[in-house]
Ligand binder design. Sequence first.
Ligand code: AMP
Ligand code: GLY
Length: 427
Amino acid sequence: MQKQLRVLLLGSGGREHAIAHSILKSPLLADLKVYPGNAGFNKDQLLPKGSLDWNDKEKFQAACKGKYDLVVVGPEDPLVAGVSDWMEELGIPCFGPSAYCAQIEGSKDFAKKLMLDAKVPTAQYRTFADFDSSLNYCKGKSLPLVIKADGLAAGKGVTVCLEFVQVEQALKEIFHDKKFGNSGSQVVIEDFLEGEEASIFAICDGEDYILLPAAQDHKRAYDDDEGPNTGGMGAYCPAPIASPNVIEKVKSKVIEPILKQFSQIGKPYKGVLYAGLMIDSKADPFVVEFNCRFGDPETQAVLQLIESDLLELFYNVSTHNLKNNSYIKISSSHSSIVVLAADGYPGDYVKSISIDSTKPKEKDTMIFHAGTKFADDGSIVSSGGRVLGIVSLGDSLKDSIDKTYSFINSFKTDSLFYRKDIGRRAL
Ligand code: AMP
Ligand code: GLY
């Protein structure tokens, strides 16, 4: 492929910084622009504030027309809004599914119905649109139960209820307090799944797909899986729980039936299909959730294992040309990420923390920015809950994790906290 690509990357997290880190190595890249981005990017890569709005199709199309050869979408919101369809209308290839397919993340009820139709293993569930019928249903069930707001809730719409008061509280927040606005107009109530979690990314072009090595996220805020759920405090890849046997089952029982289902209804899936899985004691995978994009922070670890050109892969996926994929090379190394979060996260967190400028000496250790921005004086300060991710590659998982923590120990972490047990279970 000789084409020189002008790329627009959407998103502002560590995931997008890691994607940029990989595609900047590509000889196919002519230019990279990012929106909204963060302080991990060069200032000249960042599009001006307010210059793009994915809630306005006409304005968004006008801002992109003739300017880009590929749009790469990091987060779910622009996909659910329809950015992939809008770009296709302009003839601009887009890495990310259509608004129709993005409902697999945008509506838990849509995802559950799809899984039922495609006979994909997942927890039993019911969907309700009011408090009283939800509560009545729960009274007839045994605990634990999992209560999920149907729509997008930035990863905060799920409550695992061990006691009945938690069921009542979660339903009250959704239906009476309208904590998640319209995203809580319905709830999905699921049976509890036991096992160990893994995140698997299938890269799909509408016809063909490849799986990337499995990762394991750490969703709780504190060590030993204590504390509230977060967007993810760390991850490692590959995750040993996803043995070759598990991977074969994930392909045949999860990914292929879902892709086939989408194709059969004339809506082929293109982009990343993220399967959040619970692997039970018999090594059988059950789907906890699907996402229509890469996971954050898993991606920061997973992408380090792709040795081949990520931009070429994105372009080929976006132009439905994944069939010839012999150029894709996955390394046999191990990688890990530890997230540095602002004190208080995922609740009210400290803002404008000044960021240490120490750079890793070790060539296999990287810093990916997430909630950071340039202050008026040009210095870098925090602007979000998850602030930085420290990633290392290693010959083994232990080597990778040791490098990551060794760098963190040399780094100024005032007003930041991090988990000290990332990967411990796998070690
Ligand atoms: P979700 O946003 O649907 O992935 O849910 C967030 C987290 O809640 C998951 O990563 C799991 O740790 C937990 N969870 C969700 N659904 C279930 C379930 N049915 N059984 C057990 N844990 C669950
Ligand atoms: N790390 C979980 C997610 O990206 O949804």
